[in-house]
Design a protein around this ligand. Structure first.
Ligand code: PXP
Length: 246
C-alpha cells in the first residue's frame, strides 16, 4: 500500500505568524500530527530549518515523544541540525537543500557534488539507527550518486511535475522523468518516496510512477484543512457567544 507522510510544517507557520518567539500558541503542530495519525497517515514529516521559520526545536522533541507511526525529520546537512537529529532520533531523516531566501525547498540536493559530505552524514545517521533519504530531482546522475552514498531512500522531487501540471506536454515530460527515475532507483536497490507540490488535483496522475513507498504531502493537506474545518470553527465560536445577554 502506498503510504502517506503528512508534512506539518505549515501548522507551525501559522502559529509562528502570531506567536513567534513566545514558546506557545496555536495551532499546535503536535496536535495536528496526532490528528493526522489517528486519521490514517502513515508518518509525520517536519522540517527543522536553520532559520527556525516554522518548526522549532521543542516541536521536534514533542513530536518525537508522541508520534507513534514514523517521524521523518527533514533537514539540511549542517553540523548544528545533524547534532539535533542524532539526539532526537527520528525513524528517518530526509536531507534537503536549504536557502534562507526560498519560500519552500526549491530544488533537489546536489548529491553528485556533495557526495563525500553526504556519505559521512548518512553513515553517522545510520550508525544511530536512523534511516536516510535524499531529496533529489529525477536525474540519473543524482540517483546513482544517492546509491553510492548508501542512502536507504530517495525522495523524488515532484515540484517540476506539479508546477507544470496545466501545461500538458511539460507535465507528461516531467511525469516520464519521475517514472524513469523511480525505475532506475529501484534497480539500484533504493527505496523511493516522492513529494513536493502534490495536491488533490495532481495526485491521481502521479500514481503512474512505479515503486513508490510513500508520498510526503504538506501544503495542500493543511490548506484543505483550513477550509474543511472553517464551518465547525465558526459554529463553535457562535456557541460560545450565544449566552451573551443584551
Ligand atoms: N518533501 C520535501 C523534501 C519537502 O521539502 C517538502 C516541502 O517542505 C515536501 C515534501 C512537501 O511539499 P508540499 O508542502 O508542497 O506538499
Amino acid at each position: 500500500m502506498l503510504k502517506l507522510g503528512v508534512n506539518i510544517d505549515h501548522v507551525a507557520t501559522l502559529r509562528e505568524a502570531r506567536y513567534h518567539g513566545l514558546n506557545h500558541g496555536e495551532p499546535s503542530p503536535l496536535s495536528a500530527a496526532l490528528l493526522c495519525e489517528s486519521s490514517g497517515a502513515h508518518g509525520i514529516t517536519a522540517h527543522l530549518r536553520e532559520d527556525r521559520r516554522h518548526i522549532q526545536d521543542q516541536d521536534m522533541w514533542q513530536l518525537r515523544k508522541r508520534v507513534k507511526t514514523r517521524l521523518n525529520m527533514e533537514m539540511a546537512n549542517t553540523p548544528e541540525i545533524l547534532a539535533i537529529a542524532l539526539q532526537v532520533k527520528p525513524e528517518i531523516v530526509c536531507l534537503v537543500p536549504e536557502r534562507r531566501q526560498e519560500v519552500t525547498t526549491e530544488g533537489g540536493l546536489n548529491a553528485v557534488a556533495q557526495r563525500a559530505g553526504l556519505k559521512v552524514t548518512r553513515q553517522r545517521l545510520n550508525d544511530a539507527g536512523i534511516e536516510v533519504s535524499l531529496f533529489i530531482t529525477p536525474d540519473l546522475e543524482q540517483i546513482e550518486a544517492a546509491a553510492q552514498i548508501g542512502s536507504q531512500f530517495i525522495e523524488l522531487h515532484t515540484g517540476a511535475f506539479a508546477e507544470n501540471f496545466d501545461a500538458i506536454s511539460v507535465r507528461e515530460k516531467e511525469l516520464n522523468r519521475l517514472i524513469v527515475g523511480a525505475r532506475a532507483a529501484h534497480s539500484l536497490g533504493l527505496k523511493v518516496n516522492a513529494g513536493h507540490g502534490l495536491n488533490y488535483e495532481n495526485l491521481a496522475t502521479v500514481l503512474a510512477v512505479p515503486h513508490l513507498v510513500e508520498l510526503n504531502i504538506g501544503h495542500s493537506i493543511i490548506s484543505r484543512a483550513v477550509t474543511t474545518g472553517l464551518a465547525v470553527a465558526v459554529k463553535d465560536m457562535l456557541v460560545l457567544m450565544a449566552p451573551y445577554a443584551e
